[in-house]
Design a protein around this ligand. Structure first.
Ligand SMILES: Cc1cc2nc3c(=O)[nH]c(=O)nc-3n(C[C@H](O)[C@H](O)[C@H](O)COP(=O)(O)O)c2cc1C
Length: 240
């Protein structure tokens, strides 16, 4: 350390996530371990729904987009309008352990993709205090490969807009396939996404998961970008 330079303190990071079937939780644990290895102090908040909805009720609020999906996929102007007007469902969550996040240098927010933001995460965004001015990095799991419009934009654009309304800014985003989909009866949706992965990327869907080379590389890049951001940030709040 250079003489006269204040010792760098470890950045305080809060990782918040919701996970219904465990995949986003696994990603959250991996990120926590990796960021601790890189020198961060990490706290975790797991969002728990007051009452988990029946699997067949969950998609009902998402149905209005289905007849409009071709328009959505083909027409960027329509997407922009849709993201402003669509109804984002929320789901009641148990009281937060950390209800004010103002003391953290970075916040990581993890959600499964339920077409858009998972309902408990939307409730967290509407509830939590202290987001103003905070850099928030979002991470997500979804079944499919990283299709630019259907997966990435459909999730992260509305999320970025919500963060913006809270005065926070999206610092980065990470998307990993879980190669898991709960619908419908015999893994039909997973079979569709596996097929799309081969057709659109020429790679098996497994490659985009945490156990595949592209998923693992995306996690490493995301963590490297976060540590670069905190290393270059000269305005960490005082400790204590
Ligand atoms: C209501 C609902 C909607 C979903 N929508 C999508 C979707 O749009 N794209 C996708 O690839 N997977 C979708 N999935 C699958 C989940 O995103 C995927 O299984 C995720 O990895 C689950 O994360 P978890 O185990 O942390 O709950 C959906 C799942 C549910 C329950």
């Amino acid at each position: 350390m250079t003489q006269g330079t204040a010792p760098a303190r470890s950045p305080r990071i809060l990782i918040v996530h919701y996970s219904r079937s465990g995949h986003t939780a696994r990603l959250a644990r991996l990120l926590a371990d990796e960021l601790v290895k890189r020198g961060a102090t990490v706290d975790c908040e797991t969002l728990v729904a007051e009452r988990e909805w029946n699997k067949w009720l969950l998609p009902l609020p998402l149905l209005p987009l289905l007849p409009l999906l071709p328009l959505y996929l083909l027409w960027p102007a329509f997407r922009r309008v849709w993201h402003r007007v669509y109804w984002q469902p929320q789901q009641a969550i148990r009281p937060l352990r950390i209800s004010d996040v103002a003391g953290y240098d970075q916040i990581l927010l993890g959600t499964p993709k339920w077409l858009y933001i998972a309902y408990p995460v939307a409730r967290w965004l509407a509830t939590v205090q202290g987001l103003a001015g905070k850099p928030v990095a979002a991470f997500a799991t979804f079944c499919g490969p990283p299709l630019q419009v259907f997966e990435i934009e459909m999730l992260f654009q509305p999320l970025a807009a919500r963060l913006d309304r809270c005065g926070a800014r999206l610092l980065g985003q990470l998307a990993v396939s879980s190669d898991f989909h709960p619908y419908f009866f015999y893994g039909e949706m997973r079979a569709l996404f596996r097929c799309l992965s081969r057709r659109c990327f020429g790679r098996p869907l497994k490659d985009f998961t945490l156990d595949g080379p592209l998923g693992a590389a995306a996690v490493a890049d995301f963590c490297a970008a976060l540590s670069t951001a905190w290393a270059s940030s000269g305005n960490l709040p005082d400790q204590g």
